[in-house]
Design a protein around this ligand. Sequence first.
Ligand SMILES: N[C@@H](CCC(=O)N[C@@H](CSC=O)C(=O)NCC(=O)O)C(=O)O
Length: 276
Amino acid sequence: MKTVSENTCFGGVQGVYTHTSKSCACDMTFGLFLPEEATYGPVPVLWYLSGLTCTHENAMVKAGAQGWAAEQGIALIFPDTSPRGEDVADDEAYDLGKGAGFYVNATQDPWKRHFQMWDYLAEELPALVADNFALDMERQAITGHSMGGHGALTLAMSLPGRFVSVSAFAPIAHPTASDWGRKQFAAYLGADDSTWTPHDSTLLMRDRGFDGPVLIDQGADDQFFDLLKPESLAGAMAARRQDGTFRMQKGYDHSYFFVSTFMEDHVGFHAEALHE
Ligand SMILES: N[C@@H](CCC(=O)N[C@@H](CSC=O)C(=O)NCC(=O)O)C(=O)O
């Protein structure tokens, strides 16, 4: 692992690191914020998964999470959204290929060699950060925006016991029924749509739910509302009697102005579960 940069931030350190990923067969970059408390011992972890077109950097510089995480003594991890490099397959469209890994393990050519984002996030990156930083991996929570909200919800529901809480900002909530999902799953996972269902948070919510609290924020003026299908997830949460809160935020769109507005609430929500 190599250090790209480290900056003092809210009394802690905002770092950027690269490493050679075995899962993705390329070099990967991630951001990690450590609060001051990490100087004295392991701190709880909040993962933040980003959306389409993002790198590790977008949320790190636009979401305004570090100040709230510093107040709560929590580390933040900002992974990238796809494999990177000259030899990594890509597409002209912004919603497929680089910047659009959809947090799945691709099984189809030309994607499968590098697009193994599920394994990267479920196994490889947690092991790497646990070995290199003062993190308490018994206390992890996860959040994300849009495609990253989809990733956060699917990882949380598929790895019971890993995360104490999950939240999402305008998640892609029902990808098997949306053009933000069907196109990418067909490309990465193939035409057999039975392989898609483990990556749909509405279907996972209907089937198993999450053993902990859930918080979802959705902007009512989100320009991608019809692609996100928040009503499907809200319905599935109600049908399952999921411990959770779904908030429709009047006037907000899909941007980081929306994410940063509600970041305090999300960090506070996770802090309550992480410090229990
Ligand atoms: N370029 C596209 C829209 C891309 C976009 O809005 N990406 C969002 C996430 S959308 C779902 O995953 C984002 O987070 N962008 C990065 C940012 O810093 O805002 C278009 O123009 O339609």
